[in-house]
Ligand binder design. Structure first.
Ligand SMILES: Nc1nc2c(ncn2[C@@H]2O[C@H](COP(=O)(O)OP(=O)(O)OP(=O)(O)O)[C@@H](O)[C@H]2O)c(=O)[nH]1
Ligand SMILES: [Mg+2]
Length: 566
């Protein structure tokens, strides 16, 4: 479904036009009626004679409400730039145009209103002025429509024009990760908390669970309405009102986003490509106080310029922006930056990296999934989707990585296997465990990886005997010495005083060791170890020595401190 927003200077006839098209006055507040101006966002919809549903967001034109205006146009598909034929181009016409452009809205119609107040000559002059102003605009502007709500001129022509644009919109049939930036919150007697917003990224079903991105609070959808009717499923792109349970209206605010748990990366910073508006009087530097607008959220932010000291008006550049309230973001999202001090829009653009890690001076984001993967090493399929917004096929197990990362991991593992003959896979990172099993000629038995021909020794019953015995192992002197010696040589067993432990038993003691050092930061004694594991002295002493041999601990007098492999 397509959402159409108004834009333009105060009093130029935006709300009157929405009323003429839909029959609904978008100015619903008493204060708006009294002051005869739009203060908050207004919403109205209608179904045209050919069955097209038109869904409008009406924004305020007054300069004081620019934040509200930005939240209204963010995420819409089509904009109507409304200009009073009598007054012509005004400051907020200019400012709103800049906002529309940096937010990346691609399609627009200019509407020249109040034609009943001007003669043909002035109308002609206005059209020429507007054409000149829009000649370098990045928005595709369709034929200008001349209207008057007093004489009912041009309204049906405008509706036909909008129908055509709506039909031409490519509906992105993605149904993956719904996100709803809230633009209104209220409490309704009997049903409780209701939020409204334009749904994006995927469909939402009644009874689903969601979380509030800013606070992590879990909520449940009680009922969904689109355009006044209850629906089982709200489609991506539609305006919807959602009745929520599990939260009070006063715990939510405009700008909050509702998403499914674990679906999105929550950002407090991003790297982005920004275009500084040509109208800005000075270059953009990190100095100044800034307000960041993303979705319907506005909040203060700090700015760092990447690869340069400043960005001149009219020029593109790269920035890193940090902010306090977490937002569910993905590369490709649009943002807008305002200078709070001078009250002007600085510019805006496209988010490239929602989880920038490197230092500002080294960052060179390009927004490609390849670069994001390369910068981040190994990611699970879910993490990769959160960071890139794309479903990327795993390369090994559930893991996603660039070919380069895979190569360097394989090389590192091969090196380790060359140095130490066998490798206890319990000591490896989860992705390394999956990678090592894919390396040609590597065999894994009972958690021990070896290179070369599969070693029959690894299948020897002693291996599982010791593995299962844990810390209370059988006396090695009652077993075949020769086998034990070979297993010790291969570092599958560690032995002291005829008591041997499987390598995995030793590495599985990491949590116990961590606890012991938490209680005895200066180092623990054999008595401490014995008590922690409830084992006898007979096993505790050799265990301590074997932990030393495996490098997990190191002896210092009577105490054990962390070893080189810790
Ligand atoms: N003569 C004439 N007056 C109009 C026309 N359209 C709107 N008006 C008048 O212009 C004034 C402002 O109209 P609104 O529709 O409230 O303007 P707006 O752009 O929504 O204003 P804000 O939301 O406050 O920015 C009202 O007094 C309207 O009656 C028109 O076509 N002809
Ligand atoms: Mg209005």
């Amino acid at each position: 479904m397509t959402v159409i927003a108004t834009a333009g200077h105060v009093d130029h006839g935006k709300s009157s036009l929405i009323r003429a098209i839909t029959g609904t006055d978008p100015d619903r507040l008493a204060e708006e009626q009294r002051r005869a101006m739009t203060i908050d966002l207004g919403f109205a919809h209608c179904t045209t004679s050919n069955g097209t549903v038109l869904s409008f967001v009406d924004v305020p034109g007054h300069a004081d409400f620019i934040r509200t205006m930005i939240s209204g146009v963010s995420g819409v598909d089509i904009v109507m730039l409304i200009i009073d034929a009598n007054e012509g181009w005004k400051p907020q016409t200019e400012e709103h145009l800049g906002i529309i452009e940096v937010l990346g809205i691609s399609s627009g119609i200019v509407v020249l209103t109040k034609s009943d107040k001007v003669d043909a000559g002035l109308l002609q002059q206005r059209q020429e002025e507007i054409a000149a102003r829009l000649s370098t605009s990045s928005v595709t502007w369709h034929d200008t429509v001349i209207t008057s709500v007093v004489t009912n001129t041009g309204i049906s022509e405008l509706i036909t024009q909008i129908e055509k644009l709506v039909a031409a919109q490519v509906t992105q049939s993605q149904n993956t990760r719904p996100r709803l930036f809230i633009d209104r919150v209220f409490s309704m007697k009997g049903s409780g908390t209701v939020v409204t917003g334009t749904l994006e990224g995927g469909n939402l079903e009644a009874a689903s669970s969601l979380i509030v991105a800013r606070t992590g609070t879990a909520v449940r959808i009680r009922e969904i309405q689109t355009h006044g009717s209850v629906v089982a499923v709200a489609e991506s792109g539609s305006r919807c009102a959602i009745n929520l349970s599990g939260i009070d209206a006063n715990e939510l605010q405009r700008g909050d986003a509702l998403v499914c748990e674990n679906d999105w990366h929550m950002s407090n910073a991003f790297d982005a490509r920004i275009t500084v508006l040509p109208a800005l009087q000075h270059a953009l530097t990190h100095r100044g106080s800034f307000t960041l607008h993303v979705g319907t959220r506005s909040q203060s932010a700090t700015v760092r310029i990447l690869q340069s000291e400043n960005i001149d008006p009219g020029q593109p550049g790269l920035v890193r922006i940090r902010f306090e309230h977490s937002l569910p973001l993905v590369p490709g999202d649009r943002f807008l930056l305002r200078d709070t001090g001078i009250g002007a829009t600085v510019g805006g653009g496209v988010i490239l990296d929602v989880d920038p890690r490197g230092r500002v001076k080294d960052a060179a984001p390009d927004g490609s999934p390849e670069q994001i993967l390369n910068n981040r090493g190994w990611l699970t399929v879910d993490e990769a989707r959160q960071l890139t917004g794309k479903d990327i096929a795993p390369i090994v197990g559930k893991w996603v990585a660039s070919a380069e990362t895979l190569r360097s991991t394989v090389t590192a593992l091969e090196q380790q296997l060359t140095i130490s003959v066998s490798l206890d896979t319990a000591t490896l990172a989860a992705y390394e465990r999956d990678v090592i099993s894919t390396i040609d000629g590597v065999h894994i038995n009972n958690g021990i990886a070896v290179r070369g021909e599969s070693d029959p020794l690894l299948n020897h019953p002693y291996v599982s005997l010791f593995l299962q015995a844990g810390v209370t192992t059988p006396d090695a002197d009652k077993l075949d010495r020769n086998i034990i010696r070979q297993l010790v040589q291969k570092k599958i067993l560690f032995e002291h005083d005829n008591i041997a432990f499987h390598a995995e038993t030793l590495s599985s003691m990491r949590p116990t060791l961590e606890q012991l050092w938490a209680q005895h930061p200066e180092g623990f004694t054999m008595a401490n170890l014995r008590d922690a594991l409830s084992i006898t002295r007979k096993h505790a002493l050799p265990l301590g020595n074997c932990l030393d041999k495996a490098g997990l601990t190191k002896r210092q007098g009577d105490l054990r401190v962390a070893g080189s492999a810790w």
